[in-house]
Design a protein around this ligand. Structure first.
Ligand code: NAD
Ligand code: UD1
Length: 361
């Protein structure tokens, strides 16, 4: 199949491009560059071992997106393109609604006009809010904790309504738990803007000496060691699940919503110690107050993904730490800050001439 990967220059999207290529699919990337570096592109092409056209397109640019769909005949779309920082979304909710929700609407309209009716959507465990029960099943109550979470829940609902109205439209909503790790080559990985807010990139930056010590948010949770418990999943396992979901939709001609996690809860300190073993570096930390909005323990029941897609996570926490460390050690400054957009992420419309889709890379 020929697949359009929206947001394919980002962390999870770039790994998924490789999984698609490994399974013999052709990949075309559309990415606005709002949170990605052009330096990922040659690495991606090298690892994929095939041409990967990468177009600098913002999904909200209806003209540019239409030209892209007229240029290629896509069999399906994988939609990773979103702003994803929870704290930032609380400060700039309208930017998040516009980028994530408006972008999704324009994408769905363009797909429909072009007759492309298969979509894999990057959702998140954030749609469960603070779950009443763990492990979390797909039929758990949904709720919104912040504007970012709202964009994920609303996008899932928009996609669901479209599937109801257009009976030939198929969608896979993939609810990721906590993606970490990197490709085994060490050439692509997670490259957060500014100070990381998520745990694994923070640990990596402490290990490499960019940050002095980790602040552990809360040591008095009712968990194994008092620190927060999450379901970390290797990004390569996550990437493979997208191809499985895509092939499931085509094979079974059905839509699907599944959790993607390992089903295993890991505490902050367990992750710190696993990372220390994998890297041979000590991670200094101090326990500070809880972070507002954090749940004590969130982990998935991933059995539906196994039952329907035949997918299950293969990498354990040691492998996640080993690969995260390899990426960080090989790229202490990520893809180099000099070529990134600023952390403020000025969400400008890129200069796209409607009649032409520029291969900006
Ligand atoms: P990322 O920021 O690395 O990748 C997103 C990519 O989309 C970036 O390359 C960015 O430049 C691009 N993009 C953003 N808005 C765009 C737009 N309007 N048009 C075109 N391109 C646009 O993030 P990621 O970690 O790879 O996450 C991918 C998806 O998975 C996101 O939708 C995110 O919300 C979701 N998700 C991520 C996590 C996580 O912890 N990383 C967890 C759950 C869900
Ligand atoms: C966070 C977001 C969630 C989003 C997810 C993936 C919040 C409240 N939630 O979830 O919406 O879907 O990221 O992007 O921001 N921790 C520390 N020190 C740190 C960083 C984290 O102790 O410097 C702890 C946290 O308290 C938590 C665990 O590590 O217990 C994981 O944190 P994080 O990586 O931010 O993920 P989530 O909290 O699951």
């Amino acid at each position: 199949m020929r697949i359009l990967v929206c947001g394919g220059a980002g962390y999870i999207g770039s790994h998924t491009c490789l999984s698609l290529a490994e399974r013999g699919h052709q990949v075309v990337v559309a990415d606005s560059g709002v949170n990605s570096s052009a330096r990922v592109v040659p690495r991606l092409r090298r690892l994929a071992g095939m041409p990967v056209p990468v177009h600098r397109v913002d999904l909200r640019d209806r003209g540019a997106l239409s030209v892209l769909f007229a240029t290629y005949r896509f069999d399906a779309v994988l939609h990773f393109a979103a702003l994803k920082a929870v704290g930032d979304s609380c400060r700039r909710p309208l930017e998040y609604f516009d980028n994530n929700i408006s972008g999704t609407i324009v994408l769905l309209q363009t797909m429909q006009a072009a007759g492309v009716r298969r979509l894999v959507f990057s959702s998140s465990a954030t749609v469960y809010g603070e779950p009443a029960q763990v492990p979390v099943r797909e039929d758990a109550a949904l709720s919104v904790m912040n504007p970012y979470g709202r964009t994920k829940l609303v996008a899932e609902q928009l996609i669901g309504d479209l599937c109801t109205a257009d009976t030939g439209f198929r969608a896979a909503n993939l609810r990721y738990f906590n993606p970490v790790g990197a490709h085994a080559s060490g050439l692509i990985g997670e490259d957060p803007c500014g100070e990381p807010t998520n745990l694994m990139p923070y640990i990596c930056q402490v290990a490499v000496g960019v940050r002095e010590k980790l602040r552990v948010f809360g040591g008095d949770y009712p968990t194994v060691d008092g620190t927060g418990v999450r379901d970390y999943i290797h990004v390569v396992d996550l990437a493979r699940a997208h191809v499985d979901a895509l092939e499931y939709m085509v094979r079974e001609d059905r839509s699907v919503t599944v959790n993607l996690g390992t089903g295993r809860g890991v505490s902050v300190l367990e992750l710190v110690h696993a990372f220390e073993r994998a890297s041979g570096r000590r991670i200094p930390y101090e326990i500070v107050d809880r972070r507002p909005g954090d749940a004590a323990s969130v982990f998935a029941d991933p059995s539906l993904a196994q039952e329907l897609l035949g997918w299950r996570a293969e990498f354990d926490v040691d492998a996640m730490c080993r690969d995260a460390w390899r990426w960080q050690a090989m790229n202490p400054e990520g893809y180099r800050t000099s070529v990134r957009r600023t952390p403020v992420m000025r969400v400008r419309r890129p200069k796209i001439v409607a009649a032409r889709v520029a291969d900006a890379y």
